[in-house]
Structure formats: C-alpha cells, structure tokens
Design a protein around this ligand. Sequence first.
Ligand SMILES: [Ca+2]
Ligand SMILES: [Ca+2]
Length: 399
Amino acid sequence: MIPFLLTGLLATAQEPLPMSLRLALTPKIDGVIDSEEWDPFVSPEPFRGFLQWEPGALYVAGEVPSGQEARVSFDLKSDGWIIGEDNLEVTVSQDGVKVRRLIQDIQAGARWQDEPLIAQTILCKTESNESGYAFEFRWLGLGATSFERGKKFNVRMEAREINGPEVMAFVPRATAPIELALDRATGLPEGMSWAPEHAVRSVVPGEQIKLRLNFVNKGESGVGRIDLRTLGFASLFTSSHQLPFPSFDKKKRAFVDYQAVIAEGAPYGYTRLVAKLDKPDGSVAVIESSYQITDILTVVPNLRVEKGEVGTPRLIRGDVKLISNTNESLKGKMYFDLPDGWALRKGNDAGFGIYRERGQTKMGVELVSPQGLSGLHSIPIRIQIGEKTIITTEYLVLD
Ligand SMILES: [Ca+2]
Ligand SMILES: [Ca+2]
C-alpha cells in the first residue's frame, strides 16, 4: 500500500499548476478532441485533460492511455477534499461514467457514497485512438451545482490504472482552484492591462458583432501588431484581421475593435476571439474573450420542483425567459410537448412579442408531474416564431 501512496503524492507535487480561469466554449460531445475545440487544463504525460463551460454546463475531456481510467475530483466549495459533503469523484472509462461522493462521518470516518442521479446528468462519449482513447463529457449543473460565470471551485484531473490500488477515502487530494470566466489574458507587457467592453456577446449567423478590447498602458509597451481571429469550429465562418497596435492617448488608453461578420451556417455555441499581440522581445501576449453564436432567441427556463412527498404528483413552478439576439422584432408562441401523464396549468400555447432590439420577456409556467416519478426528467420547450422552431430542454430532478 505505502509505495503506491508515495507515488501518488510525488505525482501531485510535480504537476504543473493549471490555469485558473476557464473559458466558455461549446464543444461537440463526440469523443473526438478536435484542434481548438478545447481549453487545455492539465498535461501530466501521457494524460492530457481539458476543462471549460457554458451557462448551465461544465465540459471535461481527456486523452487517456489504454488500460487507464480518468479520474476527476471536484471540491465544489473549495474548502478541502476531506471537508464537507461537496467532494465528488467522477471516473470515466470506455465502460461509462461513475460518480461517488466523499462523506465525512464522525463515527465511521470518511466513506464513499454512489451518486447515480448525478451520473445521469453527465453525457459522455469516448472514442479509441492509437494510444488509448479520448473522452468528452457534459455535466448539466442542476440544483446547487449550477455552472455560471464567476463560479469558483476546485478540480483535480488525472489518469490511473483501471481497477488499480485505491488509496483510503480519507487521504487528502490536492485540487486546483478554478473560476468560470469569459475573458483571459496571458503575457501582457509589464504595466499594461485590458478589459472587455462588449455591448453584447451574442450574434446570429448572417449578422455582425463588435467586440471592443480596451487597453491601459502605464509602462513601455512597444507592442507591434495585433492579430484578431475566432478559433475553433466557427473559425471558417468569421472574419480575422491584423492591424498595427494603435497608439495610446494622453490618458494612456487605447482600444481595438474586432468587428466580425458571422457567415450563415456558422455553428451555434460559445466560441472565442483570440487577440495576439507581438511584443518587442519577440514573444506574444494572448487575450481570449468568449462570445456566443446563437439562434435569434435564447430560451432560459427557470423551473423549480416544489417540496412534496416522493412519488406523488409534484408541482413545478417558475418562468421561461426569452431573450432576443437580433435587431428584428419577434412574435411567437411557446409550447410544452410533455410526455403522457403531465398536466400543464400555465404557459402552454402562450403568445409573446419582443419588439425592442435585443429585448426580452418572461413567461410564467406551472406544471404537475404524474404520480410515481422520480429521478431525472427532461421537459421540452418549443418556441414557434412563424415557420421557425426553437427547442430547448429543461431538466428536472424529482427526488
Ligand atoms: Ca469533440
Ligand atoms: Ca470540500
């Protein structure tokens, strides 16, 4: 036992510190890690781990050597791995995903508890490759585990031998703090800082977006050129430009606009603008800023299951926010295509109109679940705007 324990601890000490700010980026969950699809997180050879997010979901991927499984440890309150009941371990192999929670019991000490319901909220795909396999998963944040901008928690990612020797539950794990963010900069010259000044971060294919980067320089920047482009699946559908870095004004400020045309057919999802600044010493500073290519309407359901007895019909209340991403006015109807046994008291066949540019509206909803349901359930919400259909799925946990 002891030699394995020591190896584990040494491996921890040698791992490079991952970048703490994670960008919003929507991957394609197909088990294939494409170039520019993922944000690298850790790379203790030969394992490589990736981590990113978008509102409502956390995305994790890895390249795993054959004979090994990936293990991702979450300390969701960042208060220590063996502290609290917020410590989750997700194990991924080509056989699927397992989730268990570390519980501190005053009498019995630390123990593991299986979490099949959380495992249901993880969609995972794996694909074999020359050296082993790759996995990609999406974890829907439900209830207390919501994934949104500014959320902070601790993570550890590693690969280990399948069914290899287990260390005892109470052995602490070193985890790294991360923050779910939309912007990140690395290598800016001394004295130089930046901030995004984007009026909006969403754009519909066929329309334009302007992302403004504001710079303040209190040092000697000497930045030569700035190169702006969109990375990933959207790169072929978007503009890229290169321009001389503008001079700073008397208040030591300068700005650069990324004015991008998004071509029809661009894939939906969060993508990133990357600005590369050539520094006088030949190195490059990198600014990354997430933005969203999306449909004309963003549908944000916010439904709560009211307290009640397990297995009895449960009341679900809340609203659905409709946010326009376009300058055009939108008029349509909302429908719930519910499975048998569900009753809809409020919200179905409800009309709406958003007449302001990028305006929004909120629709009240009340549902009643059938008898005898528990676990994870999906609620499809269909928006009809003329001939156009937009479908969003809300997930509910009936406990
Ligand atoms: Ca993929
Ligand atoms: Ca904890």
